[in-house]
Design a protein around this ligand. Structure first.
Ligand code: C2E
Ligand code: CA
Ligand code: CA
Length: 608
């Protein structure tokens, strides 16, 4: 080979080498790129696997039940939640037909499957399931289809949330909202909506329905004397006796206030049947109660309103049954009364008077009259009893017996009584500046006023405002006041007494209080009811009662007042037997302040 030839070959080889080198470099870079690609996709795969693992764990540990079946309903997968809630192990379930397991109590899921198959869409509902230990649980369930590429269903996926606790809580809240927690009867709120419903169906069926209002007699007294615990037990017994008496499917019983119960009796054949039930209620609730080892007595007053005659609306029916109940109470308690047209008139009149009474204060329609009291053999010669008068714009004078009761019933007495006290105080101050004779003032106080927490405080304010001498004021209370809540009333009366006021028991002899009880009250005066003074001259018994009451008062260190003295003979008998104070038409009727002063100034000591 010539040199030239060799050179050429070398040159050729060199070029080839160069080419191959370039090719290798290219191949190397491709390789590098490829391996980078492989690396990356490997990374992705690792991540995907880890994601899948996480997802599996998430599904497995989810508090939601996840269950998958194939198209035939054979279970392929369940998560842990399922085993926890149902008590079945995975092995007991996987591979089995979901319907054969008895997991699901109702038919709803089958309807769901049908829906999913037809619509290829999600179905949701609520079902009941039962566990291995036969515990029933409630599930919120959704069933969704799993589709292949051709949009054919291959599997069903069940997601279920255990809502047992939530449902129980909902039920508890519902019960709390609709039932009385002490007796488990319906409460005021729910009986009202039940009543509205029953009115609609009674109207539709043209059937007779009645509302029965029950109030336990003297329950407050039992509560106050024996404590709330005993009172609660009694109310529970009342509730169970009512449930035992009114147990037809359509009877609804509610406790709507402290000792107030309401019953709806549906589909009554006739009113006589309602009366039969009312009588049974009165009888059964009047039987003795055994509470906390004590035997207690109470009875019900029952009022009945019948739909449609006695009212069209729930409100009206309850109001009228309530009015009938009041009527039963007034008629000696322990009985029942139907609402009547006359009662209706009475209620309407009461409503009207209440409305007018609210305005009477503002319209200056109220006035105080004063009836003189003659003090016999006392350094103090005269007293007066302040008696309220209402001059109604249309009706003229309305009897206080009538409107005071309304004011008490309808929550007006505190304001009204406050006006009386203030007006009487003003009069007292006025007299003390114009009259040379000292005059003592007696003021009637209703039990409801004394029971009001503001009373003592407000009384003190008025004493300061008018600078009156409390010793010149006697507050008249009835026996019944101290009967309602003896401990509390005695405490309040003592506070009033410590302010300097005197206290008198009014209408003595008409209440039920025992003498030992009267002895415990911080009172100074006993005022015998005027019914005993009446016909005292003809009725030997009344005369004896007066005489005995006078000596009793003196034994207890009390002043004795006779009111309603109408004749000279009565006045003489009472004076002869040691009565301390006389009051009545025989001396003077209740009159306006100026006339009372004239009487007192002109009065010459009578000799009997
Ligand atoms: P009460 O406290 O027993 O008052 C005595 C009632 O007997 C008064 O009736 C009086 O006019 C009447 N009366 C006085 N002397 C005689 C008499 O010789 N014969 C007869 N038959 N009656 C006589 P009034 O004024 O109609 O008051 C009735 C009731 O109304 C009072 O009975 C009292 O319970 C209540 N009342 C009157 N004013 C007030 C008041 O300001 N506050 C409160 N809470 N109740 C009052
Ligand atoms: Ca009185
Ligand atoms: Ca009286």
């Amino acid at each position: 080979m010539t040199f030239y030839e060799s050179h050429k070959k070398i040159e050729f080889l060199d070029r080839r080498l160069q080419r191959e080198k370039t090719a290798r470099i290219a191949a190397e870079s491709i390789l590098e790129a490829k391996s980078k690609e492989v690396y990356l996709s490997n990374q992705k795969l690792v991540k995907a696997v880890s994601d899948l693992e996480k997802l599996t764990i998430a599904v497995e540990q989810s508090p939601i039940i996840v269950l998958m079946t194939d198209i035939r309903g054979v279970v392929e997968y369940v998560n842990q939640s399922f085993t926890v809630i149902s008590g079945y192990s995975k092995r007991q379930v996987v591979g089995k037909d979901i319907r054969s397991l008895g997991l699901i109590l109702d038919k709803k899921p089958m309807e769901g499957i049908k829906y999913v198959m037809q619509n290829k869409a999600l179905w949701q509902g609520e079902i009941q399931g039962t566990s291995v230990t036969k515990q029933v649980y409630k599930l919120k369930i959704s069933i969704s289809p799993i589709l292949d590429k051709a949009q054919n269903i291959t599997h069903f996926q069940y997601n279920c949330e255990n809502v047992t606790l939530q449902k129980e809580n909902e039920l508890r809240i519902y019960n709390l909202a609709h039932h009385d927690s002490l007796t488990q009867l319906y409460n005021r709120f729910s009986i009202n909506s039940i009543l509205q419903q029953t009115i609609i169906s009674a109207e539709r069926n043209k059937s007779l329905m009645s509302v029965v209002f029950i109030d336990m007699d003297r329950f407050k007294q039992i509560n106050d004397t024996h404590g709330h615990k005993v009172g609660d037990v009694l109310l529970q017994q009342v509730a169970s006796r009512l449930s035992g008496t009114c147990k037809r499917k359509n009877d609804y019983i509610a406790r709507i206030g402290g000792d107030e119960f309401l019953i709806i009796l549906n589909d009554m054949q006739d009113v006589a049947f309602v009366a039969l039930i009312a009588k049974a209620i009165v009888d059964v609730l009047s039987l003795p109660y055994f509470c906390e080892g004590q035997e207690l007595r109470s009875s019900p007053s029952v009022g009945i309103a019948v739909y449609p005659n006695d009212g069209q609306s729930a409100e009206e029916l309850v109001k009228n049954a309530d009015a009938a109940m009041y009527h039963a109470k007034e008629n000696g308690r322990r009985n029942y009364r139907f609402f009547t047209k006359e009662l209706n008139k009475l209620v309407e009149e009461k409503n009207m008077l209440e409305k007018d009474l609210r305005q009477a204060l503002d319209n200056n329609e109220l006035e105080l009259y004063y009836q003189p009291q003659i003090h016999l053999g006392d350094t103090l010669k005269f007293g007066v009893e302040a008696l309220i008068r209402w001059r109604h714009a249309i009706l003229g004078f309305v009897s206080p017996e009538k409107f005071i009761a309304i004011a008490e019933e309808r929550g007006l007495i505190y304001e009204l009584g406050g006006w009386v006290i203030e007006t009487a105080f003003q009069q007292l101050i006025n007299w003390s500046s114009v009259s040379e004779i000292p005059i003592k003032m007696a003021i009637n106080i209703s039990a409801k006023q004394i029971e009001d927490k503001r009373f003592v405080h407000d009384l003190r304010l008025l004493v300061d405002k008018y600078k009156i001498v409390p010793e010149m004021v006697e507050l008249e209370i009835t026996e019944s006041i101290a009967m309602v809540n003896p401990q509390q009333s005695i405490k309040t009366l003592k506070e009033i007494r410590s302010l300097g006021f005197e206290l008198a028991i009014d209408d003595f002899g008409t209440g039920y209080s025992s003498l030992s009880y009267i002895k415990n009250l911080p009172i100074q005066t006993l005022k015998l009811d005027r019914s005993f003074i009446d016909n005292l001259e003809e009725d030997i018994d009344n005369a004896k009662i007066c005489k005995a009451a006078i000596s009793l008062s003196h034994d207890l260190g009390l002043r004795f007042v006779a009111e309603g003295v109408e004749t000279k003979g009565q006045a003489k008998y009472l004076t002869d037997n040691g009565c301390d104070v006389l009051q009545g038409y025989y001396f003077c009727r209740p009159v306006p302040a100026s006339a009372a002063l004239v009487f007192i100034r002109d009065y010459q000591t009578h000799s009997f």
